[in-house]
Design a protein around this ligand. Sequence first.
Ligand SMILES: Cc1cc2nc3c(=O)[nH]c(=O)nc-3n(C[C@H](O)[C@H](O)[C@H](O)COP(=O)(O)O)c2cc1C
Length: 184
Amino acid sequence: MKILIVYATRGGAAEHSASLLAAHFDNPDVKNLRDESPDPSGYDFIIFGSGIRFGNIYRELSDWLDRFWEVLRRKPKAVFICNVFEEEAEEIIKKNFSLRLRNSSVAVDSLGGEYDPTKLSRADRMLAYAMKRELLSPGFLEMKPCILTWRVDRFLQDIDDYLELGSSNSVRPGSVAAIGEGAQ
Ligand SMILES: Cc1cc2nc3c(=O)[nH]c(=O)nc-3n(C[C@H](O)[C@H](O)[C@H](O)COP(=O)(O)O)c2cc1C
């Protein structure tokens, strides 16, 4: 079973998540989309994820999804995001990943996030101030968000369940992808 894990990160949380996920599998390929844009064709299962800024996944992941969607749509896959505002996760996932992608994925979740305001560049700090002041509020700074290991475990459990079922289909029965063709 060949597994590919790809991620896009700015602050390191998606990389951290990718390495926690990778430790669960036997010799997966793990790729930072900033360094390369791997072709998923030769893989049996693909996991991809991105950190979130101002409600959006990073450009590297959306470009990679656009580029390889025709391959990805036929593959079993799982999607994660890393973000810190728990209450936003569902909306962020809906906004950034099509219904077709979500419905044809074995797991889709936020794995939590990491955030160290002292590492923000001046430009990011100004953007945060203008667009999302919560990121700079004293209460939030005390929270010290982290990757939620129980979420990682649940995400992996969903993948294990799928792989153990040994489905010969590349999509879940009844999913939009199983029912018809369509855009990403
Ligand atoms: C400039 C900036 C904007 C952010 N915007 C959001 C946001 O809109 N919603 C959210 O839940 N988290 C937001 N976060 C928190 C990040 O999603 C979190 O730090 C995540 O771990 C980033 O992943 P990465 O470290 O892999 O880049 C933001 C963080 C920064 C620095």
